[in-house]
Ligand binder design. Structure first.
Ligand code: PBG
Length: 325
């Protein structure tokens, strides 16, 4: 079947008015799709602006309940929580303490707004004194000890009321280990959103300042090589086989090809993470007058949907929801 050629076919016909364009629009972003990541710091009294991410602040832990209420009032329906820890050690053990920052943040957010979907980032880089995403052994992040610890952290988070566990450490077998630990602890109904295709990306630069987890070196022995597409599919297929409920591609815009290819290969819901560096590029370019921020943000978010994302993590989520789509 071939489409009739011009002049029988004129693709501009359906673009003639706003109403016509709206009728044939293929994708729409709504508040239902968006997850807002926030940073919560223990032991501080005032919000700390993150210079590399204008408009983003570290929220003092004691302000968390009222901040969560305000965010929910603005229409945000799902939150990703990142802790900024003052209690770091070699293993990141605060993350699996019953009264540690992960547990306290989750509990406070759920108590403040029970209907909010509360998602703790499940990793160790914010809680280790060396900044890596797990336990160091002989100069490397030890995979099998780390996944056991991830299981412990996930159980503590689920005990505190987490609605979804989002492991981002890029350890082999982490989804199976977490699924097993959750099930054994009576949390068989808590789903897992796997950061399944997560690249060793320089676009995370501003995040590391925001979350206070700068590290010496890099994460190239566990996060993926940005040049690899097929391997990203293998990573995600592994996580699906291990029991992930949602798969994620991260970063977002530079990796839309991975998202689109994954969309063709799985029936699971897919998430895209518009990361800190993407946020910073848009913010700084808009501040310099180079681009129209609102328009660029909306275009980027709809590009994620077009490529196959069902969920989108974005630091712009609150503003977009407030301003309208
Ligand atoms: C923790 C984690 C990171 C991000 C989300 N979870 C940092 C990293 O992997 O280095 C990055 C988020 C962002 O840049 O917005 N592992």
């Amino acid at each position: 079947m071939h489409a009739a050629p011009f002049p029988t076919t004129r693709l501009r016909r359906l673009r003639a008015t706003t109403a016509l364009r709206d009728l044939v629009r293929e994708n729409r972003v709504t508040a239902d799709d968006l997850i807002l990541p926030i940073f919560v710091e223990e032991g501080i009294d005032r919000p700390l602006p993150v210079d590399s991410m204008p408009g983003v602040e570290r929220i003092p832990e004691r302000h968390l309940p009222r901040e969560v209420e305000a965010i929910a009032r603005d229409g945000v329906r799902a939150l990703m929580l990142f802790g900024v820890s003052h209690s770091k050690d070699a293993a990141g053990s605060d993350a699996w303490r019953k009264d540690g920052l992960v547990a306290r943040m989750v509990r406070a957010a759920k108590d403040a707004v029970p209907e909010l979907v509360v998602i703790p980032d499940t990793c160790f880089c914010e809680y280790t004194d060396h900044g890596h995403c797990g336990v160091i052994d002989d100069g490397h992040v030890h995979n099998d000890i780390t996944i056991e610890n991830l299981g412990r952290q996930a159980v503590v988070a689920a005990d505190a009321g987490a609605d979804l566990i989002a492991p981002s450490a890029m350890m082999d077998g982490q989804i199976a280990a977490i699924r097993h630990a959750l099930d054994a602890a009576g949390h068989s109904n808590v789903p897992i959103m796997a950061y399944s295709s997560k690249f060793a990306s320089s676009f995370y630069g501003p995040f590391r300042a925001a979350a206070g987890c700068e590290l010496k070196g890099d994460r190239k022995t566990y996060q993926m090589d940005p040049a690899n597409g097929r391997e990203a599919l293998r990573e995600s297929m592994q996580d699906e086989a291990e029991g992930a409920d949602i798969l994620m591609v991260k970063p977002g815009l530079p990796y839309l090809d991975v998202l689109a290819r994954l969309r063709e290969r799985t029936l699971l819901p897919l998430a895209a993470y518009q990361v800190s560096g993407e946020y910073a590029m848009i913010r700084f370019a808009a501040a310099a007058g180079a681009i129209d921020e609102q328009a660029v943000v909306r275009e980027s978010l709809s590009a994620f949907k077009r490529a196959g994302a069902d969920l989108i993590l974005s630091y712009f989520a609150r503003e977009v929801i407030q301003e309208g789509f």
